[in-house]
Design a protein around this ligand. Sequence first.
Ligand code: NAD
Ligand code: ZN
Length: 242
Amino acid sequence: MQELKQMIAGAGRIVAFTGAGISAESGIPTYRGSDGVWNKYDPNKYANVNYFFQDPSYYWNFFKEARYSVLKAAEPNAGHKALARLEHAGRLAAVITQNIDGLHQAAGCKNVLELHGNTRTIGCLDCGTDYGIDAVYEQLETELPPKCRQCGGTLKPRVVMFGESLPVDILERATEESGRCDLFISVGSSLVVQPAASMPAIAKRAGASLVIVNQDPTPLDDRADLVIRESASSVLSGAVAQ
Ligand code: NAD
Ligand code: ZN
């Protein structure tokens, strides 16, 4: 942690890259380390676009039973807040995230590049109307899967599911930020999901120092300048001054 503190103090342009692990301590389970009702549902089904079109009610049951209440209850933890402090201090150029929970923004971060979209908005695939999650959650009481109130079309959360491509503009900006920083801190990501996991490699190739904060080993650990296998929130809050 002392070493991370020094690296942050000495860096000119910092980029943070985050995955599900940073939100685990906010009560949002990661895919692998989950328990309870969340575990009843298979991410290979609820997070897969082909499965979504085959049987949308599987996703909507998951949303109704497991995801909605977890998302509503989740609040940013000390890790999200430490990154927000770093941004306010003008030290953090961007947060690139694989997460869809909106907790970086809730903590006050402004420049958040969401590679996988977010679950705050649910869109109609036919007419493009957007709905908030509360309205659709209510609708699920009587209609599952829910249909667009304007046109009867299919509703899908504006998240990138497995089998879908990432938003090109966000991916471009993330690639650019990764290539321009001199310190790249990856937090709570297993670094196995592509193309998101290529960001640390891009940073490293461009000459940045690479720090990996993650409970489990990642495939990029041996290329990192510093690896900390501890809780994301305690490492970040310890390394970023109040
Ligand atoms: P992942 O591939 O991002 O890996 C999560 C990593 O976090 C694991 O390697 C684990 O060791 C680490 N971890 C868990 N708790 C931690 C903690 N307290 N401190 C530090 N590290 C911790 O996650 P995944 O669950 O396999 O997800 C795959 C994809 O789905 C990713 O894109 C992910 O972001 C997304 N997803 C998002 C959310 C969310 O928005 N909160 C939740 C689940 C999955
Ligand atoms: Zn519609």
